[in-house]
Design a binder for this molecule. Structure first.
Ligand code: EPZ
Length: 429
């Protein structure tokens, strides 16, 4: 298995191109199931999760073709992909595929809306939590689907099509909002989604669905209104920049010190993380190229953080922010409110000399003068990059194993960092 080796101490200087957002690309690809015409997606990141979803969609009959390289195109640029579900040949999503990536469960919405039936494996839990799907099931039932759960599969039917209705989520859920939004586009009548998730990726999906002929109001707010239409057409849509990747590299620069421009990043999608990083001592400015992050000389201040649904501080940046706080001047507290088990990076950061104690959903971090490099192990996608961030500032060598977790969500990570002066290499085998 590949590993990443980092020699800490080098500041980051230069420019990092931000890729298309993983958490927008996945629902956008799934939206191709809603039409028999071609959906062209631009700026699609080259990630393990994206490749896996291509396989899952192919299982349903989606044809995929990739645009080749163009002269002068930066090798880190996103890819352009055509997806076409001319005919859906199989409405069953098997356990061996769905269990490898939770978001593939979301195909249940488009399959049900277009075909009137779907048999999708329950996704099961993962390292960060049990991750139930009760909001999805209640929402699809509200739209008139008959749902049974048998032998680990959700069997859904709506032979006369889905009927628009009010769907109110007990708490915001990104996946459930994506799924009900997609299903509602082909339902008969109006659907109102209340307590919808407000993440920018929801609005990006809605923009694409609208280009396909859907009628949607309010995406990006907690109330979304959808007027169903008989069919959707193909469209062309560019995946929005990845705010979690941008936030991650901003935190890496705050940790290592230096001066980095995050090319293509949208500051509007990172308001809360930018506030906290400025409190911690980073200087952040918005330029016409993206976001510029600097930390030169002065130390890192201890800052408290609490994760929350968007526009609050994203849970997907919690581990990365904790890495920064390990070197803060004083004590900070980080509270995780979204997932029940998202502190697995703590024991690995402790191996680098971090002083962190846990009490339920709150971590208390006593800043230390400097971390010391050591071998550490990645446990989930965002935890693994927090170890890379810590390794950039630790004295000596840090080796991160099980980096297949990293490859799920960060495109060309070591190239992007080494271009800015980090001493980071991938060791294969
Ligand atoms: C999406 O996951 C993201 N994944 C996650 O990013 C992100 O951390 C999460 O949203 C933030 O809310 C993708 O977009 C592919 P949720 P999702 O439904 O949709 C509970 C990453 O690292 N819940 O918003 O699965 C759930 O258990 C990943 O890129 C129910 O109880 O998350 C959680 O506590 C990790 N019942 C809370 O809601 C349900 O039916 C929010 O989860 C659904 C969710």
């Amino acid at each position: 298995m590949d590993r990443i080796k980092i020699i800490g101490g080098a500041p980051l200087e230069g420019t990092i191109p931000i890729s298309g957002a993983k958490n927008a690309a996945l629902p956008l690809m799934i939206a191709s199931l809603l039409t028999d015409e071609t959906l062209t997606l631009q700026n699609v990141p080259r990630l393990a999760d994206v490749s896996l979803l291509f396989d899952i969609l192919a299982n349903h009959g989606v044809d995929t073709s990739f645009q080749g390289k163009r002269t002068g195109q930066d090798k880190l640029a996103g890819q352009t992909v055509d997806l076409c579900a001319r005919a859906i040949v199989d409405t069953r999503a098997p356990y061996e595929l769905v269990s490898r990536m939770r978001a593939s469960f979301w195909v249940i919405g488009p399959l049900l809306a277009r075909m009137g039936e779907a048999e999708v494996s329950l996704p099961g839990g993962c390292a960060i939590g049990t991750r139930p799907v009760d909001f999805f099931i209640d929402g699809l039932k509200a739209l008139g689907a008959e749902i049974e759960i048998e032998r680990g599969y959700v069997i859904a039917r709506a032979k006369k099509g889905l009927i628009g209705n009010r769907v109110a989520f007990p708490r915001p859920s990104v996946g459930a909002t994506h799924t009900i939004l997609m299903a509602a586009t082909l339902a008969h009548g109006e659907t109102v989604i209340e307590n919808a998730a407000c993440e920018p990726e929801i609005a990006d999906l809605a923009d694409c669905l609208t280009a396909m002929g859907a009628r949607i109001e309010g995406a990006g707010t907690s109330t979304i209104v959808v007027e169903g239409v008989p069919r959707l057409t193909g469209a062309r849509h560019a995946v929005l920049p990845d705010r979690i990747e941008a936030g991650t590299f901003a935190l890496a620069t705050a940790m290592a010190g230096g001066d980095v421009t995050l090319e293509g990043a949208s500051a509007a999608h990172l308001t809360r993380p930018i506030e906290l990083m400025e409190q911690a001592g980073a200087e952040i400015s918005v330029t016409n190229r993206g976001i510029r992050v600097r930390r030169n000389g002065h130390g890192i201040e201890a800052v408290d953080a609490e994760t929350a649904p968007y526009p609050g501080f994203p849970t997907d940046l919690q581990a990365q922010f904790m890495a920064l706080m390990t070197s803060g001047k004083g004590t900070s507290h980080i509270t995780e409110t979204i997932f029940e088990n998202r502190f697995m990076h703590v024991q690995e950061l402790a191996r680098l000399g971090a002083k962190i104690s846990l009490n339920g959903q709150m971590a208390t971090i006593e800043g230390v003068r400097s971390l010391k490099g050591a071998p550490v192990m990645a446990t989930d996608l965002r935890a693994s990059v927090s170890l890379v961030i810590a390794g950039l500032a630790a004295e000596g060598e840090t080796e991160v194993s099980r980096i297949y977790h990293l490859d799920r969500g960060f495109e060309h990570l070591e190239q992007k960092l080494s271009r800015c002066g980090a001493q980071i290499t991938r060791i294969s085998g």
